[in-house]
Each structure stands twice: as C-alpha cells, then as structure tokens.
Design a protein. Sequence first.
Length: 252
Amino acid sequence: MGNTLATDTIPVLCTMVDVHNPKAQDMFYFCNVSSGGASTKVIGRSQTLSVEVGITTVLSFTVYECPEPVFTPETARCLGLLRVPIERLAERYSSGIFQQWFNLDTKTDPRMPAGDPQTLVSKFEQAYTDAVADVYQPKICLSVIGSAFEVQRGTRQTCSIFVGEEVKTQAGPDLKALIASHKQQAAYIDALHEEIRRLNVPSYRPLAASQGMGGSRPPPTASMGPGPMPLGPAPQGYASMPPVSSNMAPAY
C-alpha cells in the first residue's frame, strides 16, 4: 500500500469486525462504505468488501444501528462516522490496519464533505488514540489491508466485490500490523477492566492520589449504618503494644 502512486488505484479489503456502543438501543450494526464516488455498499459484522482506492482517496465508514438483522434505511439509526485518508494510511500504516479500534465521530453529518486534509488527518489520528482512552464513546473495529488477489483492471469497480473467506485468508496482515493490533487490544482491555473496577469497588490507589495531599476521608453518615461494635479492654499483656501502621505491607 505504501508504494501506491498518485495515478494508480488498487483494491483494498475493508472489514467491519465489530462495533462497541455502551448506550446501544439495538443489537445489529451495519456500515456504509464509500470512497467518495456515487457507489457505496453496506456491510455487516465480519463482512469484507473490496474497494478501489488511490492515494488521494478518503474512505468513509458510516455506522448504523438497526433493530433487525437486515439493513433497512427506514429503521436504521446513524451511530457515527469514521473517515480514513488513504494517503495517511500509506504513510504511517503502510502494512494496513488489522482489527484496530477507532472512535466514531457522532457529531458530524455524514453527508457533509470531508473538508480540509490536515483536519481530516488530525481527526483520524485522534479517533485511533481516543479509542483506548474513552471507553464510553461508540467505536468501530476495522481492518483495511492491501489485497492479496488480483482483479482484472477492466472489470474493477468502486465498492463492487464482496470477498469470501478464502480470499480473506490469503490477504492476511503482515507482522507489523498484527503487533500494532495486539498492542491496542491489550490497552483497550486494560482500560475496560479499570473502568469496571472503578465502578464496582473502592479504589485501591492511595487516598492522597485521588483527593490531593490535603484530602481526607469524609466522616461516616447515618445512611452508612451503625459503626463497628465497641471493643472491650485489651487482654492483659497487649495493652501496651503500639498500633500497627496502616501502610505496612502484610508479612508472608
């Protein structure tokens, strides 16, 4: 992909692997894939589409949420948009992207033009970076890799070829794309685990780190229930023992 000239076009394989939406209203997701022309195709989870692109192409992935397992425009709800500038993809991700997460732009109207190239590249990079940082933002998991099969140039059309499993197996990612994918997946899992932990259990971090050096724990209120049972006098021989510091590590 990195050697594509400005006058050349090549087919790339675009796969919508999955969609995460914490505020989902429906359970079926579809993606409208466009390369800027009049022709577009809609794919579902794990479906792969061959799209003809040049170095100046901007791929648009518009994600829809649907109540039925078949895409119906009348009932589909637009969830968000991701625009992928092929030139930036060729520069930084020359081996393509394989099963990597991007936050969806939920504010931009998909019918609006892509706009300034520099802003487009910035949004694309931000969507990749924030996918791990913000677990509550709707996001899409994508693969966009150069195809390993050849299509006769005279029969090639934009967004015209649905790719089967045998082709996807041949057009697997190279090692660089695979490593980048695994690193991001690990970071995303860590972020999800940390958020679940934060919502369900008290923080295990030092109090000063979460409340500042001068922070203090609020006093118990009536709503917290009664306190512990009062202790009786210490047994003989233990009364003079010093208290154990709370920051001492337990002995093993």
